[in-house]
Ligand binder design. Structure first.
Ligand SMILES: Nc1nc2c(ncn2[C@@H]2O[C@H](COP(=O)(O)OP(=O)(O)O)[C@@H](O)[C@H]2O)c(=O)[nH]1
Ligand SMILES: [Mg+2]
Length: 270
């Protein structure tokens, strides 16, 4: 059911830690990396990967996207849509090029406020992936009933906008407090559900588009200061290749890979 094509450049470790063998090649690689990226050296000294907050309303596809980015097989229908607690996942890669993801619960529970405080204030993250789904968020108790989700699309789009208002304010207050620039990737997911409209939809979520969402992105950039905040908008899909799917597993995989590549650039991994 889930597609997790193997990719050789990623080293997964089941223990949850990356083990650096003391081979000369690896040390050579690390030293080369240090010389080319001071940012990476400080990370090595602190012994941690950059931390990425993943935000967005319930049912937009945050957990599944992070599963794809971290090579976790998504549970076959076992995992519940929506979560009350913060999910923590790590993408392990060679040469300290991994990420730590903090998936903020989308439901407006007290746990969400705590999670927002944690990622944007207490332990401010290096960057943010804000996930949106063009109104195709899956309502919490009706996972799988796409018909109902379609009927409620206008409402879901409005809900995405409300959710973005809250999150964008939190991002702005983090950005103004910090010296280091913050990056934001707006991940426009579930593109398998609207393959012919992807360009137009990406535009809807983009700064300068004049759309209701775009205007809020513009407001965020104005508040944070242009130099303090870098914004990207990227289409993605966590699904593809099923018989009924409009896109192939390969196409979905390519979009996930493009997102991972961009994250690596933004984190100074490349
Ligand atoms: N068609 C499609 N469905 C998706 C995609 N990503 C997630 N979903 C479905 O949307 C629902 C919500 O996904 P989930 O990751 O749990 O959302 P979260 O609440 O934001 O963590 C689940 O039923 C997923 O199977 C996608 O890219 N395409
Ligand atoms: Mg979730």
């Amino acid at each position: 059911m889930s597609h997790t094509p193997s990719r050789s450049r990623v080293i997964l470790s089941s223990s949850g830690r990356t083990v650096l063998p003391l081979g000369a090649t690896v040390i050579g690689g690390v030293l080369t990396g240090l010389a080319s990226a001071p940012e990476r050296m400080s990370r090595l000294l602190r012994g941690r990967f950059p931390v990425v907050a993943v935000t967005g309303m319930t049912g937009v596809g945050k957990s599944q996207l992070v599963d794809r980015l971290t090579r976790h097989a998504s549970g076959d229908g076992v995992a519940e849509v929506g979560s009350a607690v913060m999910e923590r996942r790590t993408r392990h890669s060679a040469r300290l090029k991994g990420f730590r993801f903090r998936v903020v619960p989308g439901d407006n529970a007290a746990t969400r406020l705590g999670a927002l405080d944690e990622v944007f204030h207490d332990e401010p993250v290096d960057g943010v992936i804000h996930v949106v789904a063009n109104g195709y968020a899956t309502p919490r108790r009706t996972a799988g009933t796409t018909g109902r989700a379609t009927a409620a699309r206008e409402e879901q789009l409005a809900a995405e906008l409300d959710d973005w208002t809250i999150t964008s304010h939190r991002i702005a207050s983090m950005a103004v407090r910090r010296h280091k620039p913050v990056w934001l990737v707006i991940a426009v997911t579930k593109t398998d559900l609207y393959p012919d409209d992807v360009e137009e939809v990406v535009r809807y979520y983009s700064p300068g588009s004049g759309s209701p969402f775009g205007e809020k992105v513009d407001a965020l950039r104005a508040l944070a200061g242009g130099a303090k905040l870098h914004v990207d908008v990227l289409p993605v899909s966590s699904q593809g290749g099923e018989r009924t799917s409009a896109i192939s597993a390969k196409q979905a995989g390519a979009m996930v890979d493009a997102l991972a590549t961009r994250l690596a650039q933004l984190c100074g991994h490349t």
